[in-house]
Design a protein. Sequence first.
Length: 126
Amino acid sequence: MGAQQLLEYRSRAEERARAALGDSAFGKAVAETANLSILEGLAAAVREKPQPSVAARKPRQGPLTRREFQVAEAIAQGLSNKEIAARLVISQRTAEAHVEHILTKLDFGSRTQVAAWIAGLPEAAT
């Protein structure tokens, strides 16, 4: 399925990086970046600071699960259940169920209240 090709590509890339940086600098770079997320790693590769997602900037609040919080954020962005399902790669019925659970857990009667709740969350300190 191409895994061998990817391993060979990685090996060649590591060899070129090691040759360009030297063993010491290469080892230091690997150690410094070993625990980065994919986005952080990509940002480091192009020397940019990644923009945190809304979920990263705002702490999870209330009784919502992480996934429900993602759905609530999508509601706040004005997405329909169908659009939420496509964005989160879930079925439309699952998106609908999440919306129902959010409304119940937060004791809200409308999506507008969910959007207002998300908008009112405090920004996390950066």
